[in-house]
Design a protein around this ligand. Structure first.
Ligand code: FE2
Ligand code: FE2
Length: 257
């Protein structure tokens, strides 16, 4: 089972990037399933029905979310779509679903989205939430977790906590890839952050001058996604029949200026 993961898709540039890059990846690699983080796909904040449709049409099978899930009010018309997964550790009764089970090559693949709590909103405990979810996923062949979190320590800790219990834990949210991809001793593939698919010349996707103004003046700024060439970041992971990982490789495509 070969899975492609693409990090937070930021705005128009990020969408153009994934649409151009996915076919190039598929030419070179066997890919059975594509998961991307969609929390920034609509103008940098949130997701709309049209944009979700555009990304599914580009070949993405599942969109995971994060702290920007509710930024566009139109999300409420599609949050029930089984292919859109929002953090599972929101309070009980929150619209949408925290995980989904997908049929891929005759196997059941679960995709779970969790959000961290360090330097972020105070959601329910992601560690205990995952314990609960695992009880519901006992008959599933592969379990893949997008841990949308700020702190590297919290992400690494969850990787160890789930080692041997899931196939893959990948991080999103910082928009910056980390070079720590590995297979943990229990057979779980892990990376702290897969990085973003968005504007290359930006501050984590946002127009550089706006972010600089904010830092220099401490005045409020209306952030906008940057334009220009894209960077598409992600990982390719291969999983064996027994649900363990055998390979995790970082990928990155940068558009020529
Ligand atoms: Fe993000
Ligand atoms: Fe985020």
């Amino acid at each position: 089972m070969n899975i492609l993961i693409l990090g937070d898709i930021v705005g128009r540039v990020g969408r153009r990037g994934v649409k151009e890059v996915i076919p190039r990846i598929m030419e070179k690699h066997v890919v059975d399933f594509i998961i991307a983080n969609g929390e920034n796909a609509a103008g940098g904040n949130g997701l709309t029905p049209e944009i979700a449709q555009e990304l599914f049409a580009a070949g993405i099978n599942v969109l995971t979310m994060g702290n920007h899930t509710w930024d566009k009010k139109e999300i409420f018309t599609i949050i029930g779509d089984a292919r859109i997964i929002r953090p599972a550790n929101y309070p009980p009764g929150t619209p949408g679903q925290g995980y989904g089970i997908f049929r891929v090559k005759g196997k059941n693949v679960a995709v779970v989205n969790l959000m961290g709590r360090v330097f972020m909103a105070e959601l329910d405990c992601p560690f205990r939430k995952m314990d609960e979810i695992l009880l519901e996923l006992q008959a599933v062949d592969y379990i893949i977790v997008d841990f949308h979190a700020e702190a590297t320590s919290e992400k690494i800790a969850l990787g160890w906590y789930l080692d041997g219990r899931v196939s893959l834990v990948f991080g999103t949210h910082t928009h910056v890839p980390t070079a720590d991809e590995r297979i943990l001793p229990g057979g779980t593939a892990y990376i702290t952050d897969v990085g973003m698919s968005g504007p290359l010349n930006s501050v984590i996707g946002v127009k550089t001058n706006l972010v600089l103004q904010k830092f220099l003046t401490q005045m409020p700024q209306r952030f906008e996604s940057a334009s220009g060439p894209y960077i598409v970041s992600g990982i390719l992971v291969s999983l064996t029949e027994d649900g363990k990982a055998e390979n995790i490789t970082r990928i990155q495509y940068i558009e020529r200026e």
